[in-house]
Design a protein around this ligand. Sequence first.
Ligand code: BMA
Length: 340
Amino acid sequence: MSKVKMIAENIKNLPWEDKPEGLNAPVWRHSQNPIIKRNPAKGISRIFNSAVVSYEDKFIGVFRAETIDGRPHLHLGYSEDALNWSIEEEKIPFVDEEGNGFQPPSAYDPRLLKVEDTYYIIWCTDFYGAAIGVAKTDDFKTFVRLENPFLPFNRNGVLFPRKINGNYVMLSRPSDSGHTPFGDVFLSESPDMTYWGKHRHVMTKGGYGWWQNVKIGGGPAPIETSEGWLMFYHGVTGTCNGFVYSMGAVILDLEEPSKVKYRSKNFVLTPEESYETTGFVDNVIFPCATLHDGESGKIAIYYGAADTYVGLAYTTVEEIVAYVKETSEVVADDEEIGRK
Ligand code: BMA
């Protein structure tokens, strides 16, 4: 089998544990999960669904913090090893493009990544209902909000780590403003991160497995590989006791990412451990970030667990790409460009 290449920066100090002996699954959990527990900082009761990057040989993250007033906000956190995090008690002080304070009323499910020399934070904001917010920073000191890219209602904005055919590309999942009972993944392009268009359908909910039959949503920023864009995402099923969120994996075409090349019919992680099955919202695994090392192909996946904790899981590009290809079942018209 040819070796799968990951096209990414090297992060030699990313957290890592080898796959446990005898485990028959492509993704495995960190042995000391959850890495962020309840009441992690003054005034914050829970942190989950959060995003981290490597920064100046250490790590920095944007965390979804549920403060004790019961609202979600975005807080910065710092770490030397990407396992032990020190979380800021104050929320990120966003400003508008003129430098005036511009706080979102609420903010959750952040993604964080570098495109060229700029770091972007994408989150679910309150713009007369659920919608996608975007901000940029060069230094993690000044955070400038950009125009909201899409109209309400929308969630799960996920930016690609480089321009494709000259444009920024963002995934999103049109929704309602509540506990959305539907949803496919779409993408949109922009020349300047302000004007968005060329909207395409990417992936359909459902498929063979019931685990993703209610809705799906993008996860961490896609990872560029020689086989296509590798993306982890969440898939949701409905039960008598409510939704269950699992993690899936898909490979999108490199030049036309609205085309699905391979899509595993199986979940790659589903709530099983007590910190995933029991919490503020039971049975939720919600991946928002990866740290991945281009040289070794190691991938560390950060996911929210039960809307209460941050969990960490591992795989390698070789292992997950092989698994997605072996178990691929592309749904409906996912292989098409997504323009009707
Ligand atoms: C979604 C989002 C996520 C959350 C999930 C499960 O709609 O709000 O933040 O993890 O529900 O409660």
